[in-house]
Design a protein around this ligand. Sequence first.
Ligand code: TXA
Ligand code: MG
Length: 311
Amino acid sequence: MTSEVRRAAQILRAGGLVAFPTETVYGLGADASNPEAVARLYAAKRRPAGHPVIVHFADAGRAFEWAREVPESAGKLAARFWPGPLTLILKRSPKARDFVTGSQDTVGLRVPAHPVAQRLLREFGGGVAAPSANIFGKVSATTAAHVLEDLAAAADLVLDAGASEIGIESTIVDLSGKTPVILRPGAIAKRQLEEALNVRIGEKGARAPRHSGGHARHYAPKTPARLVPAHDLDREIASAKASVAVLAFSRPDERVDFWIRMPREPKAYARRLYAALRELDGADCETILIEAPPDAPEWAAVRDRLSRATG
Ligand code: TXA
Ligand code: MG
């Protein structure tokens, strides 16, 4: 892996694209200081121009050089959760140029914990713009095989380190305003952020900046998918007129062509989620039915992704 990581860093320096593992999902990386490289990244993902990308660093010291103001709250969250599955939105410094921020006055910064991501970022030294390594709006990639399904032609190198441990994208916290706001729930829960900051944290409001993860239909399989309350699942299956694929907590039902049974524990569920959505899509059924998880705080991130996957 060492020589591969060195080659990956060279590719980044030369303006190429490298897919790499993080503890959340795989990212498709480009040199965040190189406008042509970032343009290639957008083209590869078919991502509309003007959507900001997260910039990744080996450590908080380097990350904060891309912010012109680092509030005390940012220092606290970085000390507590970096490296880890947390992205901070801060007011940008001149290093964060329009082509990574979508011309907004803020920048998204993340220090991932995955050892391969860490080695790559250290070897490269600078900031790596890395959205999730999937076609825009589709299901994110949690394995190198998923990356190749979507981006085989576009990535100059894919670093393979097995399946991502967390399985869904980082928690995004906007610290650029008066009070912290969660823009995207993730593995780091609201309660943990509140404890670290000793303040109440708001949910995403109307004032929140544009972010692509905020689009209603995102992380979506190609097959139309619906979220179904647990008590309606049986009735929905009984009344289905076409073939259905089901994602549920219970045991498979004989009437159903394709069934994936999911763990009842939210972290295990998250780890399995995107691979499961891809498998459901691959079953070529007319509809996907997804049993809604419990309405409890520990399920917030999973519920967010499922509600987007089902539009
Ligand atoms: O876990 C993750 O965060 C993964 C891994 C690869 O690090 N990355 C990821 O990137 O999910 P992406 O591009 O798929 O999603 C990034 C989200 C988008 O919704 C984007 O709009 C938002 O972060 N974002 C980036 N910069 C922002 C900014 N300045 N203000 C508001 N939202 C921002
Ligand atoms: Mg994404």
